[in-house]
Design a protein around this ligand. Structure first.
Ligand SMILES: NC(=O)c1ccc[n+]([C@@H]2O[C@H](COP(=O)([O-])OP(=O)(O)OC[C@H]3O[C@@H](n4cnc5c(N)ncnc54)[C@H](OP(=O)(O)O)[C@@H]3O)[C@@H](O)[C@H]2O)c1
Length: 321
């Protein structure tokens, strides 16, 4: 089969389209013919081995030769113990533990697979798993945002961010989306009431406060955020710099206790099984998936570069004929 492979961390040019052996499913795995795979910031991070947490499981060399975790496709074959699925069924998955989506076929543990919802395309389903799980848990994990509450999404123009903005609006919040200037119009188009260009304004210094800050691109010292939270407010780190992550883990609880604010890491429970409520909202037409660009398998390096250089609005998808 054709696959996009790499053997060392680096820029997109380390990726190569190659003919490789079609993988054989283990007992509890399913072989899926991939029809669509969406790109995530995690693919970009694991491609380059940066930040450092992207090297977990592969400190010097990539753990997986083929990247791509969020796939949708059709079951081709099943392992002996993978009895929940049959060849011909349409499925989608977050295959983060195995990756392998930038290929014509991928092996997926049966437990990571979910049937494709009726009426949902492969592309829409491939967009959902990781970005959808982050948005759902980021906005709704501790109960619904109450109508009128103020929510800020930092990194609102990306995959997770554009779902998070829509979810917070659906729950009645007043939403501010932060990203670079190129994406502000897009963020408004998915429902944000206010937008901030992070290259021109630091939201932590603007004197405005929020009930919930969902941070997909955290790069400031942990204590910078508490001034932007209302009393009882919550800040959730999802992704960003390792320095900020360590500070959040070490001093976040202390800042929270003294100021009645919660500053914490959101450890997202990943997996297509966690996005069922979002998939239902998509099917009902209440949430839309913005697909910015589609690329063929041979152009995975270009697709990753487009995402990594910060141009993507919503999701970027690799599709197969
Ligand atoms: N905590 C967990 O359990 C967990 C699990 C999975 C993934 N993650 C992390 O979740 C993060 C978000 O994923 P995603 O798929 O939504 O990424 P994405 O699609 O790349 O979106 C991130 C957005 O943030 C923007 N951005 C970059 N720097 C910024 C800054 N300083 N201020 C404001 N916005 C900025 C990016 O735009 P530009 O780059 O163009 O400026 C981009 O629009 C990733 O870092 C990933 O590693 C965390």
């Amino acid at each position: 089969m054709k696959a996009v492979v790499y053997t060392r961390y680096g820029p997109p040019s380390v990726l190569q389209l190659a003919n490789v052996e079609t993988p054989v499913p283990k007992d509890d795995e399913v072989l899926v013919k991939v029809h669509a795979v969406s790109l995530n910031a995690s693919d970009w991070e694991v491609l380059r081995g940066k930040p450092l947490y992207a090297r977990i499981g592969g400190p010097f060399r990539p753990r997986h030769r083929v990247l791509g975790s969020d796939i949708a496709g059709r079951v081709e074959a099943t392992g002996r113990a993978a009895t929940a699925f049959r060849p011909g069924e349409d499925v989608f998955a977050d295959n983060l533990s195995r990756m392998g989506g930038f290929a014509e076929y991928a092996c997926v543990p049966q437990s990571a697979l979910v049937p494709l919802p009726a009426g949902m395309s492969y592309e829409q389903a491939a967009a959902l798993p990781q970005a959808g799980a982050i948005a759902l848990q980021g906005i709704r994990d501790k109960g619904l945002v109450r109508p009128g509450q103020k929510v800020l999404v930092n990194g609102a123009g990306g995959g997770s961010g554009h779902y998070a903005v829509q979810l917070a609006k659906l729950d009645g919040a007043e939403v501010t989306g932060v990203d670079n200037a190129e994406k502000l119009e897009f963020i408004r188009s998915v429902g944000a009431d206010h937008v901030i260009d992070y290259t021109r304004e630091d939201f932590t210094r603007a004197g405005r406060t929020y009930d919930l800050i969902l941070d997909l691109a955290a790069h400031r010292p942990a204590w910078a955020y508490q001034g932007s939270l209302k009393p009882g407010g919550r800040y959730q780190y999802v992704g960003g710099s390792v320095a900020t992550l360590l500070q959040i883990l070490l001093v976040g609880p202390v800042i929270g206790r003294t100021k009645r604010k919660k500053i914490r890491l959101l450890a997202v429970r990943l997996g297509a099984q966690h996005v069922a409520p979002l998939a239902e909202l998509c099917q009902a037409g209440k949430i839309t998936t913005a697909i910015d660009r589609r690329y063929p398998l041979s152009q995975v390096p270009e697709a990753l570069r487009y995402l990594g250089e910060g141009h993507a609005k919503g999701k970027v998808i690799v599709t197969f004929d």
